[in-house]
Design a protein around this ligand. Sequence first.
Ligand code: MN
Length: 327
Amino acid sequence: MTTQKELIEATELEKLKKYLSSKPRIIILAHAGPDGDTVGATLALHETFSNAGVDVKVACIDPIPTNLQFVPFTDRMQNDFNEDDFDAVFFVDCGARKMTKFQEYKERILSDKMVKLNLDHHPTNDKWGEINFVASHAASSTQIVFELLQKLEFKITPKIATCLLLGIYTDTGSFMHQNTTPSVYKAAAELMKLGANFSLIAKNVFRSNDFKVLKLWGKVLQNLYVTSDGAAIVGVNKKDYESLGAKREDLAGVIDYINSMPEAKYSVLLSEDEKGNVKASLRTRKPDVDVKALAEKFGGGGHVKASGFTIKDSRLEKEIKWKIVEK
Ligand SMILES: [Mn+2]
């Protein structure tokens, strides 16, 4: 049995307890373009902290996506706040402060006058807070929040457990990514024991696609081809999604679906964005193929098995094959 390193450092926990006893007014911030992890983590923190009598609010600059509207407490998420009402910012799931996108409007949140709490699992997070709960070995921020709430002995209700399980589900790709460790399964099991509603999460997040998204995916799959050297390639023009009333974001996940073909050496999804650039997502399931190196040739980057790049001021043309041309 491997012993899993703890996610919460004792010194940081003591600092937080001491700080909370000074009755601060805290604003919890999610990152812009919110995903299941940042939404679940911030709302779970908001609920437990308020139940414990902490003066706390929660905000995200962007609206919560439709498929996450089912999450408990979403009505509390503000898209703005007054800096003077707070003493501290609790950044959640933000590798860098700018990920909240609030800094352009709120200078004080970055200033030294505001105490910064930093809870995150991104490897790039260099612990810039006054109090840090940063663990890159955690699969999700919600996993860190779960451990934090247990250590603070705050009550975890079934709704809070649902928020936390959501982040674990989404950041592990429903337990399919490499970050799915024994401790992830253990946390998920404990959250279910606490009453987390996993079928609600599965139904809304992984088994819910609207008509236009299905039509778009159909179009993408229809246009897919495999090159003579075994690359599965497809391109998506702006008009492909706009004509269906869909958005480029609706393509999220389609690359992993294409990459499910065992015979493909690697997969490439090229798509035009709204700003006149072509974006490429690359995936491979072959142990000897490095798509990061390929992306780097085009000024991009990422991981060995999943990477991407952007070609600015360009569009896609399809004759027999897709090609990227200058605008
Ligand atoms: Mn995350």
